[in-house]
Design a binder for this molecule. Structure first.
Ligand SMILES: Cc1cc2nc3c(=O)[nH]c(=O)nc-3n(C[C@H](O)[C@H](O)[C@H](O)COP(=O)(O)O)c2cc1C
Length: 380
């Protein structure tokens, strides 16, 4: 294992305490949807176990987004954690990662309005805080009638009744319980990138007039309730939350979101969560996060902050030195380099990622990126 003494980036290779875990380094593998679970059933397989185990050198792996319920699904071939078969499939993954010496959190996902009736029970409309359509947003589905994959525009969702919200919160709780049964070290709530929790947080997608809308305090209520319910299953020290206040993809522009995220950060600190994961860029679109926001976030959330979005070892080290972050996420570099920690530590060249194989397919572009010095494809 690389130690702080032997690397070019010592700050990235110092251990870090995260709740009950000790991470051997500060490198986090980003949650990345890869759309390679078994269909129908959305069940993780040995192929997925191999992919994650190859990347067990990360201080922490956060899995691809995983739907907590059928209602929470927005894309075909993404994994779930709402059936016994899915839980057992995930167990293959956690066992393989632990056997390889790693630590792994499951990212819990409800897409809210970013779905389509084709994916929903009985062809019903997807649910959301309010009946506000995601304009210009498309989802990838497989038509259950004939198995053809296609992209479809999101339709207008149905606003959740106030009385239904406890049921959705309970879906998160049950998913977290199943995640722990599957052997995960913890869970991350996907509160970023325009999905259900984010839809509750933003004034443009949350037009509710009940306890869950209207003011920033009310808009963070859903997140607080989900954190409380999930922490009841896992312990707060095994719950992380991902937010993306500066990302406006999925028709999510909201002039109040940055302030709301700071209120949420303070509430999450009070709840004692393990970390706050700041997704600064979903891909390459996002603006630079202002320095004063980073300081305000640190002020509201003195615990572990993870930063994500186009990081390099240089930028990550600078964030740690400035006190703006404790851990640094790598997405595409981890996707393409199973041995990324070693490559960073030793200054070795990186494999480039191939966007053509990011979503869907099989082993190619998934488990065949070579470790440094390997020549034969690992699929052979
Ligand atoms: C193929 C792919 C799939 C992604 N899927 C997810 C996801 O499931 N959940 C999530 O929160 N972010 C997702 N993201 C965003 C990444 O977690 C990360 O924030 C982004 O890639 C920026 O980091 P990078 O520049 O190091 O790649 C995805 C990104 C990529 C490239």
């Amino acid at each position: 294992m690389t130690s702080a003494a032997t690397t070019r980036w010592p700050a990235l290779f110092t251990p870090h305490r995260l709740g009950p875990l000790t991470l051997p380094n500060r490198l986090v593998m980003a949650p990345m949807t890869r759309s390679r679970t078994a269909w129908p059933g959305d069940v993780p397989t040995e192929l997925n176990a191999r992919y994650y185990a190859q990347r067990a050198g990360a201080g922490l792996i956060v899995t691809e987004a995983t739907q907590i319920s059928r209602e929470g699904q927005g894309y075909a071939r993404t994994p779930g954690i709402h059936t016994a078969a899915q839980r057992d499939g995930w167990r293959l993954v956690t066992e393989a990662v632990h056997a390889a010496g790693g630590r792994i959190f499951l990212q819990l996902w409800h897409v809210g309005r970013v779905s389509h009736p084709v994916l929903q029970e009985g062809g019903r409309a997807p649910v959301a805080p309010s009946a506000v359509r995601a304009r210009g947003v498309r989802v990838y589905v497989i038509d259950p009638a004939d198995g053809t994959p296609c992209f479809l525009d999101c339709e207008t969702p149905r606003a959740l009744e106030e009385g239904e919200i406890p049921r959705v919160v309970d879906d998160y709780r049950r998913a977290a319980a199943r995640a722990m049964e599957a052997g995960f070290d913890g869970v991350e709530l996907h509160g970023a990138n325009g999905y259900l929790i984010d839809q509750f947080l933003r004034s443009t997608t949350n037009r509710r007039t009940d306890r869950y809308g209207g003011s920033p305090e009310n808009r963070i209520r859903f997140l607080r309730e989900v954190v409380g319910a999930v922490a009841g299953e896992t312990g707060a020290g095994r719950v992380g939350v991902r937010l993306s206040p500066h990302v406006t993809l999925q028709d999510m522009a909201d002039p109040e979101m940055v302030e709301t995220s700071l209120l949420a950060a303070a509430a999450l600190h009070d709840a004692g969560v393990a970390y706050l994961h700041l997704a600064e860029a979903d891909w390459d679109d996002a603006p630079e996060v202002p320095e004063d926001y980073r300081r305000a976030l640190r002020d509201r959330f003195p615990g572990t902050i993870i930063v994500a979005g186009r990081y390099t070892p240089e930028r990550g080290t600078a964030m740690l030195a400035a006190g703006h972050a404790d851990l640094v996420t790598f997405g595409r570099p981890f996707l393409a380099n199973p041995d990324l920690p070693r490559r960073i530590a030793e200054g070795l060249p990186l494999n480039p990622p191939d966007p053509a194989t990011f979503f869907g397919g099989g082993a190619a572009g998934y488990i065949d990126y070579p470790a440094y010095g390997e020549t034969a494809p690992v699929t052979a």
